[in-house]
Design a protein around this ligand. Sequence first.
Ligand code: GLU
Length: 324
Amino acid sequence: MRKSLLMLFSLLVAISLIPVAGFAARTTYVTIGTGGVTGVYYPTGGAIAKMVNNKRKEYNLRATVESTGGSVFNLNAMSVGDLEFGIVQSDRQYQAYNGLGEWEGKPFTKLRAVFSIHPELVTILAGADKNIKTVADLKGQVVNIGAPGTGQRGNALDLFEALGMEPDKDFKSEGLKPAESAGMLQDGRIDAYFYTVGHPNGSIKEAVAGVRKVNFVAVPEDITSKLVNKYSFYAAADIPVALYPGVVNDVDVPTYGVKATLCTSADVPDDVVYAITKEVFENFEEFKTLHPAYASLTKKQMLDGLSAPIHPGAMKYYKEAGLK
Ligand code: GLU
């Protein structure tokens, strides 16, 4: 009796160990923080996740995508381990790693770069009835500079500093989420809004397609030079108006821009970062079809705009592929 009980017990122990042995192959879940659902980050996160999830059996890895407040939110969430990956503007990547701007005195030293993606332009849209042609005309208007957590808020504040204008002194500032901006502009609740985003994108198309006529606001060359001289991460660029039929402007609009980048933390294992990097690069042609903002992307360009150290998992792939 005793012996058979012992045998039964050993059998139960053995059975219970089977799933434990299978544990090593358990799926790892990672989350990619993006931006508002009407931006380009959200579908970009989806495109990256799709590439790696196609091979989830091989890597035992599953990527999920989360809509978030944007670059600054993603950086802060990665720094405390709430997100494994985040899409962030190259300028905020630089500041976070180097402890500048919002990260003054608290650098995110474990921040690691994976690759860069599409260009993003500081885009300012205004109600045409307000006659806001260039950024100096924002004086006295109601301007959505972006919610805290977004990348555009920092870009707007840098611009107003260069212009010598102060929020809530020279104009009334709002801090609305990007998904609300187009509707608020159409409803006349705001006169203009900032959105640092890849082109083309749905939210700007929505703003342009409404009853209220809208125009892009130009950043004059001298202001852009001032910004580029002070902040090496900015570059002059033009908004291609042909992408937005119905917008009042008939020539491309000068502004400045950055790049969207995929970042992670040094705490995320090399094999996870390697898998994501490899799948995006090895399926590059398919990846490029997933959003029109990637139209002119090249593999080589995807290593530009990275100011935090490249994560060793990504570097392993770049070495293998001869990209580094
Ligand atoms: N650049 C924006 C930000 O950092 C997000 C743009 C997008 O969602 O495509 O907040």
